[in-house]
Design a protein around this ligand. Sequence first.
Ligand SMILES: [Zn+2]
Length: 298
Amino acid sequence: LTLQFHLLGTAAGGGLPQWNCLCRQCDLARREPLRVYPRTQQQACFSTDGEHWFLLGASPDLRQQLASFPPLWPRAVRTTLIAGIVLLSADLDGVLGLLLLREFTPLTIYSTAPVRRALLANPFFAMLTRVPGQLTWVEITPGVAFTLGEPPVTLTPLPLGDQLPFYAGSLDGGAGASIGLLLEHDGRKLVYTPGVPHVSSSLLEHYAQADAVFVDGSFWSDSELSGTHSGTPQARAIGHQPLSGPDGTLAALGTLPASTVRILVHINNTNPILDPDSPEHAQALAAGWQIPRDGWQL
Ligand SMILES: [Zn+2]
């Protein structure tokens, strides 16, 4: 009955190192990769039988991530063990991987209506519907549970934001444009939220009742991006509550039970916690958080 849950990628958009960046962490990831580990972009997957796997998001690094994870290798020519893909938003960092899976093997995508609208407005995604039965789209709704796998995992989408990404232009977002997931299996609860604009009281309640929480670790401070590259926005302005400070995520989740497994995910390359020799890294660990590498498993 065990839930196998893996993190195939742990970095925010751009990965580590990011192609155009020479911030401290990107520099160290190139020069001292045994100190600051290179990371691919955020990607998780799970299975309860080892035969049917479900992806959470579809990262731009998905090809490499699948190649690096033997349990997901095909067992016969032109087949896959990917039984479904749950999208958490329409952000390119979480959907571009779909375009890498266009070799005619049937896929089932679970997403909310606004995410589906945003993707289908883009002609690239027609590559996934070239032959009948290639793509099955299942609509999911915030607050409405559904099950995946056998033995089943019950998933409940948690609404986190109502904005679609910039590329969606004038398309309406609305409830479900960005979600987290509550996963329940065998009496255990896990909350997966790689993008958290704000730790609301209802989200905090879900975290408090969970056995394990995977939380947005994009930024240490609100001004981290603009400090690295002037003219860039604050963390909160792009939908990520920073970790530090009296109103940061570590403080907000400081009330969780000591037994809660706490995992930081979706870590941006500008975040100093990526350097194990930094005081910020020590501070996150002291607060009970794990900073997993790619390949981490629950
Ligand atoms: Zn960088």
